[in-house]
Design a protein around this ligand. Structure first.
Ligand SMILES: *Cc1c(COP(=O)(O)O)cnc(C)c1O
Length: 393
């Protein structure tokens, strides 16, 4: 078996069409799209086209798309500038407990700067508790930010409902849609979203480029200061090749999404069914159905996620424990603790995120390896041994 890459939520392989579309803008059409001369025309037109391609995916207008360096910058911009802009009206921000670090860490930064933050719980399936959210709203709440789909457990939030609640109370609503854009259908109008973050490399575009959708009429102040690019809202010479690649990747990703997702869901469900049936003391994290078609996240009792990763790596199956950003630290993922898993179970968790081109054969190979690894590791575990003996009495 060749390498089986099942870590698509960490980053995706670029689409060939996206790479091809980028190439001319490094050498032949390298000019700065903000220049006045004739050579700036082609890159300027290419950036305009990318803005249209992206807006088209989410039912936005091209003028509502602002290019950034990626998901992290978009999240920082939406939260920091979104709070600063409304400082006189109120200083309270609401997020969920299972947000990506780009939101979570920014919320800690805002607290240090004198803002107040409430982090609303999710239920055991990783779906936000709407009653808790409503209770968290205060007269001085000015921004709510809840991710569209979680990067670890894939759970999809009731975004339209959250947006409606926010708007009924006159509160701005931002969503981190980095895992969702290009993977599930999104419509900023139907979802009642004011701001939305996405990142090129999560859907077959290049790394280091993303965008923030800002609804027309919201005067979000700039986060990067300097030139007049992006209507004066985001300074810095436009990353023309990056933006072009992201535009093409977006257009391809959003085409025939339903058909692609039916196939992905079948693969995912086959994987989930086999694991839960064939590996004892395993559990699926996240909602059984309200989850990304590409995501499966499991906990295996009596096992360490990191050792499982290493053992699978030797079989050329590449997966992840929790989120890539959290790995390297010994703390279990805040997302798994957020859905109520005890520490020892959270430690035995792995995330499998499936690229679109994956075959059934590859999935079956991965499950076989997973099963073998779990069996081997448990056979070496004194804890598991004690547990099995205690079950016999
Ligand atoms: C990857 C990711 C980000 C960060 O995006 P970058 O472009 O890598 O900075 C933010 N939020 C979520 C949910 C992500 O999965």
């Amino acid at each position: 078996m060749e390498e089986v890459y099942l870590d698509n939520a960490a980053t995706s392989r670029m689409k060939k069409e996206a790479l091809d579309a980028m190439m001319p803008y490094f050498m032949d059409e390298f000019a700065n799209p903000s220049s006045i001369h004739a050579m700036s025309r082609a890159p300027r037109a290419a950036v305009k086209k990318a803005r249209e391609q992206i807006a088209g995916c989410i039912n936005a207008e091209p003028g509502e798309i602002y290019f950034t360096s990626g998901g992290t910058e978009s999240d920082n911009w939406a939260l920091i500038s979104g709070m600063e802009m409304q400082e006189k009206k109120g200083k309270h921000l609401i997020i969920s407990t299972i947000e990506h670090h780009a939101i979570l860490e920014t919320s800690y930064y805002l607290e240090k700067r004198g803002f107040e933050v409430t982090r609303v719980k999710v239920d055991k399936d990783g779906i936000i508790d709407m009653a808790e959210l409503e209770k968290a709203i205060r007269p001085d709440t000015v921004l709510i930010s809840v991710m569209t789909a979680n990067n670890e457990i894939g759970s999809i939030q009731p975004i339209a409902e959250i947006g409606k609640l926010a708007h009924d109370k006159g509160i701005l609503f931002h969503t981190d849609a980095v895992q969702a854009f290009g993977h599930i259908p999104l419509d900023v109008k139907a979802m009642n979203v004011d701001m939305l973050s996405a990142s090129g490399h999560k859907f077959g575009g290049p790394k280091g480029v993303g965008f923030l959708y800002v609804r027309k009429g919201i005067r979000l102040p700039p986060f990067m200061h300097g030139g007049e690019q992006e209507e004066g809202r985001r300074a810095g010479t436009t990353n023309v090749p990056g933006v072009v690649g992201m535009g093409v990747a977006a257009e391809i990703s959003c085409k025939d999404m339903d058909a692609k997702n039916r196939k992905m869901t079948e693969l995912r469900d086959h994987l989930i069914d086999r694991v839960l049936k064939e590996i004892p003391y395993s559990r699926l994290n996240g909602h059984r159905y309200k989850r990304l078609p590409s995501n499966a996240d499991f906990s295996f009792e009596f096992i360490e996620g990191e050792s499982m990763l290493m053992s699978l790596g030797m079989k050329k199956v590449y997966i992840s424990t929790g989120s890539a950003c959290a790995s390297g630290s010994l703390d279990p993922s805040h997302v798994l603790l957020g859905i109520g898993l005890p520490h020892e179970i959270a430690h035995g968790s792995v995330r499998i995120s499936i690229p679109e081109e994956t075959t059934l054969e590859q999935i079956d190979y991965a499950v076989d390896c997973l099963k073998q690894t779990v069996e081997t590791m448990r056979s070496l575990s004194p804890l598991y041994d004690d547990f099995i003996k205690s079950q016999r009495v």
